[in-house]
Write a protein that binds this ligand. Structure first.
Ligand SMILES: *Cc1c(COP(=O)(O)O)cnc(C)c1O
Length: 417
């Protein structure tokens, strides 16, 4: 295979001897392929982000909540956050203990709160109304509150979750009302959390957000923890040598903020972070197959089986994913790579310089492990792909079966008796 075509995966020995086309032949195409060693490396990097003692990494499972994937995260000693009872259910199955799960709720029903309470899982609420609801069903209980410190950041408007425009969190001006509700229901506020947004590549905005939330934390005595949120970015443009987030610099700065704060607060309060993408994105390549190549007016198109039902990010957030083409061509050309869904927005990459693509080629979308499978759907009644894990010894094992046709009608009810 030509070197230009496998530069990124070669540099990390991603496939460990498995040939992409053999993987799709065996497990079907398209196919999510994960590398266990890289996943473990990412977990360890963040676990050692700071020297501060009381530090916990909550992996944000919505980025990727495959059971086997969560089992590895659990083995690495990370905890998890959850966004729904469904995530809690899978996390418990993966071996997380209730006290290792933090349910960050947003506009949830009483039944959803009750599910977490019944399983002894701590909930964070993010409005006065939800705090009131929590008080009614669990008076005397422990609770956390998600505050909006006024700082927001992110790669796309849809993922900025702090600042003036967001639906999330409680604004600090409501602290007096918060105190009233806490008192009314004898609730114990044990933690404060925030999440300013997703995919920052420089740590300064994050630090700014941390300092801002600590101003709010100070107003409450005797908290057990502060959760600083996720958002740690990864370089999606590796072929353009995009630099990595400087974790060492961020870690040093964070460590200082934590130690200074602990002194001021008079207690070695626990700090948590909740990264999703940083843990799960880079250990995954999404493989697909090219079924048509054609010239339509000025654009040349490669038509693949990776529709936006398989990978939504390019359509939803205009996201860039680097593409590798697993063939021998040494020449490059400009081409638009598209999926097989009946919508003209079904585009994976527009006018991209890539190795010349032929029908039957296997391609790989890099860094597809975060918000990839977890956002996949059966749109167009297409089957969601299988997921495969390359173990540390190089063996490729199935960790989720591909949908079958019968799955499509499993919960549908026919009118014919
Ligand atoms: C999505 C989310 C995260 C994780 O975000 P990443 O950008 O994947 O790190 C963390 N916390 C909350 C509350 C989230 O909604």
């Amino acid at each position: 295979m030509s070197k230009i075509n496998t530069k990124v995966t070669d540099s990390v020995n991603f496939f460990q001897g498995n040939k992409p086309s053999e993987l799709t032949a065996k497990f079907g195409s398209p196919l999510y392929v994960y590398n266990e060693r890289i996943l473990r490396e990412r977990c360890r990097e963040l676990k050692h982000l700071v020297d501060y003692k009381n530090f916990i990494v909550n992996y944000s499972a919505k980025a990727n909540s495959n059971l086997a994937f969560l089992e590895i995260v659990n083995e690495e000693g990370l905890y998890v956050d959850a966004m729904s009872p469904g995530e809690i259910y899978v996390e418990l199955k993966a071996g997380f203990k209730p006290e290792q799960i933090f349910y960050i709720s947003n506009n949830v029903s009483k039944e959803e709160m009750q599910y977490a309470i019944d399983h002894n899982i701590l909930i964070s609420v993010d409005s006065l109304a939800q705090l009131e609801q929590y008080g009614q069903i669990n008076p005397g209980g422990k609770v956390a509150i998600r505050f909006n410190s006024g700082v927001g950041a992110g790669h796309h408007e849809k993922v900025v979750t702090g600042g003036k425009k967001t639906k999330f969190a409680v604004n600090p001006e409501y602290i007096p009302e918060v105190r009233e509700i806490l008192k009314k229901y004898d609730l114990k506020l044990v933690g404060i959390n925030q999440h300013i947004g997703s995919l920052f590549m420089e740590g300064d905005k994050y630090i700014e957000g941390v300092k801002a939330i600590l101003e709010i934390v100070k107003q409450f005595d005797d908290l057990e923890f502060v959760d600083l949120g996720g958002g740690f970015g990864i370089p999606y443009e590796k072929l353009n040598d995009q630099p990595r987030l400087d974790l060492k610099d961020l870690g040093t700065k964070l460590n200082k903020v934590m130690e200074d704060f602990a002194k001021e607060y008079g207690k070695e309060i626990t700090f948590k972070i909740e990264p999703g993408r940083y843990i799960s994105a880079e250990c995954c390549v999404l493989l697909g197959t090219v079924h048509a190549v054609k010239q339509n007016n000025v654009h040349k198109f490669a038509g693949t089986d990776i529709g936006f039902n398989v990978l939504q990010r390019p359509v939803m957030y205009d996201s860039h994913h680097d593409i590798e083409v697993y063939n021998d061509s040494d020449e490059t050309e400009e081409i638009t790579v598209v999926g097989n869904i009946c919508e003209s927005g079904d585009i994976l990459a527009k006018d991209r310089m890539l190795p010349v693509i032929n029908i039957g080629d296997t391609i790989g979308l890099l860094d597809a492990g975060a918000y990839g499978y977890s956002m996949a759907s059966n749109y167009n009644n297409r089957l969601r792909p299988a997921e495969v894990l390359i173990r540390e010894n190089g063996e490729a094992v199935l960790i989720r079966e591909r949908d079958e046709l019968e799955d499509l009608t499993r919960h549908m009810i026919s009118l014919k008796k």
